[in-house]
Design a protein around this ligand. Structure first.
Ligand code: IPE
Ligand code: IPE
Ligand code: MG
Length: 257
């Protein structure tokens, strides 16, 4: 691989600075990748699953705590039946193929979204992998499946009501505690990447992205590999996060003043 030297060099560099704890990716552009090659869209999704493998491996290698991948949105159910079916089949294939790699690397597999809507052949595999990997202490890899940020907030509100919480106990912490990402015990989101040149959130991690750094890259998801991830992390490391404070406060390390 001609890029190998570049990848090794960049990996060494990003490891020397604080890493984002939690990176999430909107894996977009599979359809366009295939169309550009005169292939059916499903071939783009297939190529996209190769990118998932490469990026997961690199994320683990640099030592990210959490990687969350938007694989299928609640709104994606509205796509042609054939495409939805192909995506579900690929997902099952992916879970079967990645089992050993996940276990060997101590990865905890999680899912966020309305997973009960998934067909049983996907749901069964997912539940098995989650149970099997639950004790792993390495990186947590979360698949967002039938996921929507608004849907997540609505179900969190319902849970609070079901618990009978009085209004004054409905706090940010209480609401956050009912999110799917809290069920999965994910750290705060630091970096949100979207591929394929689109500059929108498309209902992903709406609550969690409040202070995340955003990165929009032109690369189509099937072409996003180790180097692309490292570049996104390196770019994150150049940002100054202020959380509403002044630059001087942040630089002085005295956020309370
Ligand atoms: C992302 O690629 C994968 C899913 C949404 C499942 P797309 O299928 O959205 O690809 P484009 O945006 O049409 O190129
Ligand atoms: C977002 O991509 C969902 C996933 C990547 C799984 P979409 O392709 O569905 O988003 P829009 O339709 O361009 O907003
Ligand atoms: Mg798309």
């Amino acid at each position: 691989m001609p890029e190998k030297g570049l990848i090794d060099e960049l990996r060494d560099r990003v490891r020397k600075s604080p890493l984002p704890r939690h990176v999430a990716i909107i894996m977009d552009g599979n359809g366009r990748w295939a169309e550009l090659r005169g292939l059916p869209r499903v071939e783009g999704h297939r190529a996209g699953s190769e990118a998932v493998r490469a990026v997961t491996r690199e994320a683990r290698r640099i030592g990210l705590e959490a990687l969350t991948l938007y694989a299928f949105s609640a709104q994606n159910w509205g796509r042609p039946e054939e495409e939805v079916g192909a995506l579900m089949a690929l997902l099952a294939e992916y879970l079967d193929a990645e089992r050993d790699e996940i276990m060997e690397n101590g990865i905890r597999l999680e899912a966020v979204g309305e997973v009960e809507r998934l067909p049983s052949f996907v749901r069964g595999r997912l539940d098995r992998m989650r149970a099997e990997s639950a004790g792993n202490r390495g990186m947590v890899l979360t698949l967002a499946l039938s996921y929507g940020g608004r849907e997540e907030l609505v179900q969190a509100a319902r849970r609070l009501v079901r618990r009978g919480l009085p209004p004054e106990r409905i706090t940010e912490d209480a609401l956050e505690g009912e999110l799917w990402t809290s069920d999965a015990r994910l750290p705060t989101l630091d970096l949100l990447v979207r591929t394929s040149g689109e500059r929108r959130i498309s209902n992903f991690l709406l609550w969690q992205s409040a202070y995340a750094e955003l990165s929009f890259v032109e690369t189509l998801w099937p072409d996003f590999r180790e180097l692309s991830l490292l570049q996104a992390v390196a770019d994150f490391q150049t940002r100054e996060r202020r959380f509403g404070l002044t630059g001087a406060q942040v630089a002085g390390g005295s956020p309370g003043e």
